[in-house]
Design a protein around this ligand. Structure first.
Ligand SMILES: [Zn+2]
Length: 260
């Protein structure tokens, strides 16, 4: 077991109380992957780093990094937090889900610069007001290979055609063309927009996204396809995702009540 005294870039993933005065705080660090930190005195009134370990914070820290077991934060030098995410229950819910997905996808202590950056840009985009549902879909789709569930959203998985109508088949792990529809009676029917977004959200670098404008119906189909993959092929069931589903139902009910 070795311990380094070092500085690192961290994105706070979550925190929980530990005993009376302390906290355990999980960071995604650029240099060492995900790490759990023991923060002594974090709950005391005059604790000097209170604002540096708030939810949705990122920045530069120094501390002792442990190969395995808990690490320790000693100082924070340059930290910021995403204020709009903090203040908006919808943004907050989507980002919390994105964080728990990324947490589920990788073991601790595995350096993962690409996903460190993806997590940062996902939060920055949502904080800047880009559609959190679509940013979430992008993260979900691009995490699939990390979960070992690669999907083909380009052409028919049987014959490679892409000039006929294409539907999504979960059991075939991708698209089926009209000639092969009969292979899967449980396939999900896709319109051109949903197909376009499944493909482009799987491929586009998150940093390159400048603007999002996706129709409600298209979003519904994307949600349906991605839910099917996560429920059956990935097989994870996160509390933060259930919360989002419930939130959707509440807002639907609110709208219906308003119409009455
Ligand atoms: Zn085909």
């Amino acid at each position: 077991m070795s311990m380094y005294n070092t500085s690192f870039h961290g994105i706070l993933m979550y925190r929980k109380d530990y005993k009376d005065n302390d906290m355990l705080v999980k960071f995604f660090t650029a240099e060492y992957g995900k790490k759990m930190f023991f923060v002594r005195g974090a709950k005391k009134k005059n604790f000097k780093m209170t604002s540096d370990i708030l939810p949705f914070t990122y920045g530069e820290y120094t501390g002792n990094i442990n190969d395995d077991g808990l690490s320790y934060i000693l100082n924070a030098s340059d930290t910021n937090h995403f204020k709009n995410i903090t203040n908006d229950i919808f943004y907050n819910a989507y980002v919390t889900y994105i964080i728990s997905l990324i947490d589920a996808a990788f073991p601790d202590s595995l350096k993962q610069v690409k996903w460190f950056n993806n997590l940062f840009y996902a939060q920055q985009h949502i904080d800047n007001g880009l559609d959190p549902e679509i940013i979430t879909n992008l993260i979900e789709l691009q995490l699939l290979p990390e979960f070992g569930v690669a999907q083909n959203f380009k052409d028919c998985v049987i014959c490679g055609r892409n000039d006929l109508k294409l539907d999504y088949s979960e059991s075939y792990g991708g698209l089926l063309c009209q000639n092969h529809f009969e292979l899967d009676k449980y396939r999900i029917s896709l319109d051109n927009d949903s197909l376009f977004y499944l493909k482009s959200l799987s491929e586009t670098k998150i940093i390159d996204i400048k603007k999002i404008d996706v129709e409600k119906n298209t979003k519904k189909v994307l949600r349906q396809v991605i839910d099917k993959i996560y429920d059956n092929s990935v097989g994870i069931n996160l509390k933060s995702k259930k919360f989002i589903d419930q939130m959707d139902q509440w807002s639907l009910k609110l709208k219906m009540n308003r119409r009455d």
